[in-house]
Design a protein around this ligand. Sequence first.
Ligand SMILES: Cc1cc2nc3c(=O)[nH]c(=O)nc-3n(C[C@H](O)[C@H](O)[C@H](O)COP(=O)(O)OP(=O)(O)OC[C@H]3O[C@@H](n4cnc5c(N)ncnc54)[C@H](O)[C@@H]3O)c2cc1C
Length: 433
Amino acid sequence: MSEKKAEKQTLERDLDVQREMMEGEYQEIVIVGGGIAGLATSIALRRMGLQPLVLEGSKELRVTGAAISLAPNAWRALETLGVAHKLTPFYAPLNTMVFTDLSSGKTISTNSLLNISDDLSLRSVHRKALLEALAEELPPTAIRFGSKLSSIKNLPDSSLLALHLEDGTVIKTKVLIGCDGVRSVVAQWLGLLQPVHSGRSAVRAIAVFPNGHGFTKNEVYQVLGEGTRSGFIPLNDKEVYWFMTYKSHLDQDADLWKHPELIRDTVLQRIEKAFPAKFVEVVRKSDLETTSLAPLIFRYPWDLFFGHVSKGNVTVAGDAMHPMTPDLGQGGCSALEDAVVLARNLGETLQKDGRTEFDEKSAEEALKKYAKERRMRTAGLITGSLLSGWLQGETGWLVKMIRNTILYRYLFSKLPQVVDYDCGKLPVIGSHS
Ligand SMILES: Cc1cc2nc3c(=O)[nH]c(=O)nc-3n(C[C@H](O)[C@H](O)[C@H](O)COP(=O)(O)OP(=O)(O)OC[C@H]3O[C@@H](n4cnc5c(N)ncnc54)[C@H](O)[C@@H]3O)c2cc1C
C-alpha cells in the first residue's frame, strides 16, 4: 500500500472516531439483552434511581423455553425487585420430586425438597409471565427493541465506549453490562472463552389439557432413561410443562430446530413404547407454539477465575457470564441473583462516595467487587449442574449406584443450602428505595 493511501486510511479512521465522539447518543449505563438478567438488572438499578437503557436485539420480549423453575434464591431476588408477589399466587409450590428409573421401573421420591417457606418454595412459572412481570416494572422507554449490538470500541482519551448496533446506530456509554446470553458479544469483548456444547440437547414444551390433566399439582415427575432425563411439572390445572434432555452432537438436530411439529414427533417416536403412558400423553398434548429444542451449552468454570468477568467499566451477567446445563435449574435463578448483586455493588459505591453518578474509578471498583462475589458461586453452580446432568443421564451400573445413593439420598438433601442463597438488599441512594 502506498504511503499516501495508508495516511488517508488513518485520517479516515480518526475522523470516524471523532464523529462517534461528537455524534453518538450518550447513555450513562447500557445493558445489552432484555432477557431475565437484563430486565432484572435494569429494575434493580432503577430502584436505586439510576436510568439504564436496555438494548434488546429482538423486536419483542423473547419468551422461548415455555416455562422455568424458580428456587428460593430466585424468589428472594424477585422479592427485592418487587416482582415476586405478581407470580407466587398463580403457581403452586412444588414439594415432591418423583424419579422413575426407566430400565427397572423403580421409583424414588424426594419430599419437601426446597420448601424453605411457602413464599420461597420451588415453583415452575410460564417464561412469558416472568418476563412480562419484569418488563412491566420498567417504563416503555427503558427497553429499546430491535437494537442488536454488533461491536464495541474504546473511545480514545476517554473512559467511554462506543457501542455499534447492527442498524448503524452508535451509543456512547460509561458503564456496559452484557446480559446478551450464551453468544454474548460483551463476553467476547472481555476475552472470555466461547462456551462449549455439553454433548446434550433439550426439548421443552407446554402440554395443554382443556379438561384438566389430573396430575398432582405439587409434584415434579422425572424419568431417567438411556442417556435421557425427562420430566413434567403441572403449571396449573390445565397446563403441564415437560422437558427431555438427551445426548446429541451439536449439528445432529439442526433439521429439527425450526420445526416444532417435527421436534414433538421425534420425541414421541423415541418414547412411545418405552416410557410411562402418562409421560407419552403429556408429550402428545404439546402446544406447538411453546415447543422448542436447544443444545445445552456451558462455560468452563475455570474461565470465571482466569478470564475477565469485568474489565474497566464493562461486565457480564446471566448466561453471558455463566451459561450452565439445566440440571440444577439454576441458570435463570442465578441470573436474578446477579442482577441484585450487581446493582447492590454499584449502589453501595455511589452511597459510599455520596454521589448519584459514576466516575470512571467508582464504576470499575463496583464491577470488580461484583465479579469477585459472583465467581465462586456461579462456577460452583456450573460444576454442580454438569455433575448432576452426568449422574442423571448415564446408565452404567456404577453411575446408577452413585446416583441412587449419593445424588438422591445425600446431595439432594443438601440442595436447599445451595439454592437458599440470599443475594442481599439494595441500598438506598438519595430519595430512592
Ligand atoms: C432446557 C433448559 C431448561 C432450563 N430450565 C431452567 C430452570 O428451570 N430454571 C432456571 O433457573 N434456569 C433454567 N434454564 C436456564 C435459563 O433459561 C437461562 O439461564 C436464562 O434464560 C438466562 O437468562 P439471560 O437473560 O442471561 O439470557 P437470555 O435469556 O438468553 O437473554 C439474552 C437476551 O439478550 C438478547 N441478545 C442477545 N445478543 C444480543 C445482542 N448482540 N444485542 C442485543 N440483544 C441481544 C437476546 O435476544 C435475549 O433476549 C434452562 C435452560 C435450558 C436450556
